[in-house]
Structures are given as C-alpha cells and as structure tokens.
Design a protein around this ligand. Structure first.
Ligand SMILES: Nc1ncnc2c1ncn2[C@@H]1O[C@H](COP(=O)(O)OP(=O)(O)OP(=O)(O)O)[C@@H](O)[C@H]1O
Ligand SMILES: [Mg+2]
Length: 371
C-alpha cells in the first residue's frame, strides 16, 4: 500500500502540486501517524476490562490555517492512503448533525447520559476519524464537544481535523464560552496542533484572474465554468461523466440532491435551487457544507418570477453570510437579473452582494460564518 508520503511526492513529481516546505513537514507527521496506526492498539474498553493498558491510541492532529493552504488536500491524501481500518472521513458539520440525532434517539429510548453511548457507537464504526472544517458556531455543539471528544479519546479513537481557526479561536465570542473552554484544553493536550499557514492560498491561485461571474448563458459560459470546476477540484477532465454526486442532509429528515459534489465544491442549476419549493434551511445546509458553489442557468427574472427571485435572494444571502465562493452563469449582469417585480427594492442588496462576491477581497476570505 502506497503511503501518504509517496502519494504526495508523486503529485509533486507530476507537477500537480508545487513544493511547499510547510506542507512537506505535515506530510512527514501524517506518514508517522499512518505508521503508528498500523501498529498494535488498545481499545479503551478492552484494556479496562482486561486491566492491561497496551499501547495507547496514536496521537492525532489538529491542522489549522488560512483558506486554500492545502489542509483538506493533505488530510484526504492521508485518509486515502492510511493502511488502517475502520476509518472515516467526514465533514465536521455532518458529524455533529449525526451526533445530535443519535443523542436524541438515545434520549428517546430512555437511560442515562447519552454521550458515552453515542461516542462508543462512533468508536465502533471508526478508530480513525478525519474531520474536515472543524468549526463551532452554535451553542448546542459547543456544550457537548468536550465530553464527546473526551469519550472518543477514551474509546481509543484517533482524530485528525482541519480548521481555519486555532483551537484558542474556536467559538470566539460564543454564548457561554467558558463552558466550552475545556474542549480547547482537550484538543491542545490530546492532539498535535499544527499550523499550516504559509503565504500561498493555492485555491485563489487556481481562480486568480479567472472571472467568477459569467454572462450570458451559452457555450462560452459553460466551457469557462467547466474549466474552473476541473481546475478547482483536480478532477481529470476525461472522467467528466463520472463526477460524484451527493445527497445533502438539509435537516428535518429531508435531503437535497447535489448533481456534482467534489472537494467542497458543489454544482447546482438555478432550476433545482430556485424553481422548486426550497427554502432557507436548504440554502444554509449548502452554505455550511461547501466552500464553493457553482450556479448555472440563472435567467433574467420577470415580475411573474417573484417566488424564484425571493428564493434567489435567500440563496445568495446564505452563501454570502458563510463566505462561500460563488461561480455563476447568468443571462445578465447582476443589475439586470430582476429588473422589475415584487421585492425589486430588496433585490438591490443581492445585486451588491453578487458584485462583492467577485472581488479579490471576498475571494481571499475563508469559508465560515461571518463574525
Ligand atoms: N502545493 C500545492 N500546489 C498546488 N496546488 C495546491 C497545493 N496545495 C494545495 N493545492 C490546491 O489548492 C486548493 C486548495 O487546497 P485545500 O482545499 O486543501 O485548502 P484548505 O487549506 O483545505 O482550504 P480551506 O481552509 O478553505 O478548506 C486545492 O485545489 C488543492 O489541490
Ligand atoms: Mg479545506
């Protein structure tokens, strides 16, 4: 089995990646972790029952830094090439949603504190958990994280996480933050905290100079957007018919089909998002789950399309609040998208946001809820 170091070197050799000493150092750390994971292990429960501690679970990693530094790329390489089972790579937001629903199910079936049981369930599914985009934005997550992670570590789970924030900056200014501080201490004592915060935003490099707003719709727009999509995702253009899809959990037991979903980039049509009865919860789920959204086929909306226009406003608001990058194909420039109709006055804000979302300053910001 090829390890993460060999995989990284192959990408350097092919010219896919540019040499970056900070990344190379992280690769060495991940390679060492891979090797440690393939050694003998103890599980918390077994060792307690047997009274024999055995070697502890290998120490994981908390990789943080600015946007586009290569954190997710390195974690994906590691997760793909770690010769170790069972392992699971999951977006942190999805992990927390699933955790809350398991807690609710455990409560409904009675019994005491649900957190140890839920943590044991995760530990049974994966002894290596890789979390992409760890961030804490709501009090419900903040209040359980320290006990949840303590239980995961106790059960012998190794955690690797990426984040745009250092542990000390997580949930900054959050409600009841003092109750969250034990989680920060736990992360700092149980994980190696490594900054990957070099000078280069590689994602911006890949988008640099390329327009993100394309008008009007047509073959040229389609070709330019496809080019940008394959550039951002490193997906081989020859395999374009096989770009993965996803079913996004939008809460309330509902899902949303994502026709293209790869490396934090999603592609949707205007029809799917704005002509169907979708709403704020759907848009929020998209904004939280993807750092970049491609929206194709945006028409000029007449007065008879006030519902579509209202949904479009909500969609752009959600993407803007979460600092998602938006690549859009439309029949007109922002000013001409909804020239007349109910809510035209409010639409001005959307026009202004669409403009700002094309600016270098906006594109350089990290993905995450605006402070
Ligand atoms: N050394 C490199 N040379 C060229 N491209 C790179 C390099 N490192 C990363 N990239 C590319 O840059 C893009 C951004 O990388 P990645 O998604 O891993 O960033 P990130 O640190 O996870 O950012 P974010 O915090 O926004 O999630 C990806 O397309 C990735 O393949
Ligand atoms: Mg990332």
């Amino acid at each position: 089995m090829r390890g993460v170091r060999a995989a990284y070197q192959a990408l350097l050799a092919s010219g896919e990646l540019r040499p970056d000493p900070a990344q190379a150092a992280v690769v060495e750390r991940l390679q060492a972790l891979s090797e440690a994971l393939s050694g003998p292990r103890r599980t918390g429960l077994a060792s307690r029952l047997l009274g024999r501690p055995g070697p502890p679970a290998p120490r994981g990693l908390y990789l943080w830094g600015g946007v586009g530094r290569g954190k997710s790329m390195l974690m994906d390489l590691f997760a793909r090439h770690a010769a170790f089972e069972p392992r699971r790579r999951i977006h942190f937001h999805a992990f927390m949603l699933e955790t809350h629903s398991r807690i609710a199910a455990a409560r409904a079936s009675g019994g005491g504190d649900p957190i140890p049981a839920v943590a044991a369930g995760w530990a049974a599914e994966a002894r290596l958990l890789c979390f992409d985009e760890l961030m804490v934005t709501n009090v419900a997550d903040a209040m359980i994280l320290s006990r949840l992670f303590a239980a995961l570590f106790e059960a012998g789970v190794t955690v690797v996480a990426t984040s745009n924030q250092s542990p000390r900056d997580l949930y900054r200014d959050g409600l009841n933050r003092e109750l969250f501080l034990p989680f920060i201490d736990l992360v700092e004592t149980r994980l190696d905290v490594v900054a990957l915060d070099g000078p280069t935003d590689y994602r911006l490099d890949r988008m640099a100079g390329l327009p993100t707003y394309h008008a009007p719709n047509g073959p040229r727009t389609t070709a330019a957007m496809a080019d940008l999509f394959f550039r951002l995702t490193d997906f081989p253009v020859e395999d374009r018919a096989h770009v993965p899809t996803a079913e996004l959990d939008v809460g309330g037991g509902r899902t949303l089909h994502v026709p293209k979903s790869l490396k934090g980039v999603a592609v949707f049509s205007f029809s799917r998002l704005c002509r169907q009865p979708r709403g704020a919860a759907d848009y929020l789920a998209i904004a939280r789950s993807y750092h970049t959204v491609f929206l194709v086929g945006v028409p000029v909306m007449g007065p008879d399309m006030r519902n579509e226009a209202a949904r479009f406003v909500l969609l752009i608001d959600a993407l803007y609040e979460w600092r998602c990058k938006l690549v859009i194909g439309a029949d007109a420039e922002p000013e001409g998208l909804y020239p007349a109709g109910d809510g035209r006055f409010e639409f001005e804000r959307t026009v202004s946001r669409l403009r700002e979302m094309q600016s270098a300053g906006y594109l350089a910001e990290g993905h995450g809820l605006r402070a």
